[in-house]
Design a protein around this ligand. Structure first.
Ligand SMILES: Cc1cc2nc3c(=O)[nH]c(=O)nc-3n(C[C@H](O)[C@H](O)[C@H](O)COP(=O)(O)OP(=O)(O)OC[C@H]3O[C@@H](n4cnc5c(N)ncnc54)[C@H](O)[C@@H]3O)c2cc1C
Length: 360
């Protein structure tokens, strides 16, 4: 092989697809441990096509988010995959958030987005049930089903000669000067290059190759409810709070999904298993590693209050509802049904810093 890609989520499949497009004729193989592609983060997310408003202007993330959202839309149009560019509103619900909302608006402009600032009256015209002092409307944000996108990329990749190997777990990587041997539970594959796209297992896969890392993946489960069908009209856009700079991935929001559902959440709690989607899922190896990790102990001590709040919300529907009511006061507990959760691969450095996705 020329390239072996470890992991068949959207990142692995996109990398394989892009390598093949850039180098027609290259021999590329994806190795995925599950029986299907997109079984983990890619198949358990909210499906939002983010437009990149949060990122530092000029950074790669800002450029990639904008270019990525445009190319995602173009890819879906070409291949007849449903996309809804429904737009997003980011809503300030108290005075203290207004300066941060202003900075976000400036950032949106610097990132070249057609953002609009809305006062309370303008907000209630477009979102009658949303409570806010002011808001930003991001018209280019949209929704899609990323599993469908991944499967379409894989289909084209295979039509062009790419190999997708399912149900094989990579267990060893041995590197020599010009070759890498990737060993699974069923075979060994020799390649010129290997690309690690193993998501929640990516630190372990890196260590298989003898790479020293000063970070670990700590799994955080995002738990959701969904609005009952009769209450979906409570929101028309994606409705988000102003992000907390320390925890940009926290803060419950309302997300319209491409299948018509409206997801409400998430909270974020430590998952006791890397790929554990239920509260009762525990894997002692995963949990033991986290609890013994100095980086985790540091953030656990520092952000104890936030963590406890998230755990309370995990077990108490009334707390969850209260958080949602900040954005949509009319929502009640009886409007909400449990929805599937997802587990996020959060990189945490040994000195206790979360490697943020929303910053530089
Ligand atoms: C709750 C939640 C909501 C999110 N919402 C959004 C959103 O709205 N919009 C957005 O853009 N992003 C969102 N994200 C982030 C997005 O889902 C991820 O960034 C993306 O799916 C990462 O893709 P990936 O391919 O890196 O990981 P994954 O999809 O997790 O794929 C990694 C793959 O590697 C495989 N693997 C691991 N180890 C091995 C091994 N040893 N051998 C073989 N295979 C292996 C796994 O089985 C898995 O299939 C969300 C994430 C979560 C958790």
């Amino acid at each position: 092989m020329d390239y072996v890609i470890i992991g068949g989520g959207i990142v692995g499949v996109s990398v394989a697809y892009a390598l093949q497009q850039a180098e027609p004729g290259a021999r590329v193989q994806i190795i995925e441990k599950e029986t299907e592609l997109a079984r983990h983060q890619t198949g358990h997310n909210s499906g939002v096509i983010h437009s990149g408003i949060y990122y530092t202007p000029g950074s790669y993330k800002a450029k990639f988010a904008r270019a990525g959202s445009e190319s995602m839309r173009a890819f879906c149009e070409t291949h007849h995959i449903d996309v809804d560019i429904c737009g997003k509103v980011i809503v300030a619900t108290d005075e203290a958030e207004l300066p941060r909302l202003d900075r976000l608006y400036e950032r949106g402009l610097e990132n070249g987005l057609a953002v609009e600032k809305l006062g309370a009256d303008q907000l209630s015209e477009i979102e009658p049930h949303v409570n806010g002092l002011a808001a930003i409307r991001v018209p280019t944000a949209g929704i899609v089903n990323y599993t469908e996108v991944t499967n379409k990329l894989a289909e084209i990749f295979q039509e062009n000669g790419g190999i997708v190997t399912l149900s094989e777990t990579v267990s060893a990587i041995d590197e020599t000067r010009d070759r890498v041997v990737v060993t699974t539970d069923k075979q060994s594959v020799e390649a010129r290059y290997v690309v690690n796209c193993a998501g929640l297992q990516s630190d372990r896969v890196a260590r298989m190759a003898g790479i020293h890392l000063d970070m670990k993946i700590v799994p955080f489960r995002g738990e959701y409810y969904k609005l009952k069908a009769s209450r979906r009209q409570l929101v028309r856009h994606l409705v988000y709070p102003v992000p907390d700079p320390d925890f940009p991935f926290l803060g419950v929001h309302f997300t319209r999904m491409i299948d018509g559902e409206v997801e409400a959440g998430p909270n974020a709690v430590l998952s006791f298993k890397r790929e554990g989607y239920r509260k009762t899922d525990i894997r002692l190896k995963d949990l033991g590693e986290v609890l013994a990790y100095p980086g985790f102990l540091k953030i656990a001590r520092k952000y104890m209050k936030t963590g406890v709040g998230e755990m309370v919300r995990s077990y108490s529907k009334s707390h969850f509802v209260k958080s949602l009511q900040r954005l949509v006061p009319a929502v009640t507990a009886s409007d909400l049904e449990p929805a599937p959760s997802g587990v996020r691969a959060q990189a945490l450095t040994v000195d206790g810093r979360l490697s943020m996705t929303f910053t530089s």
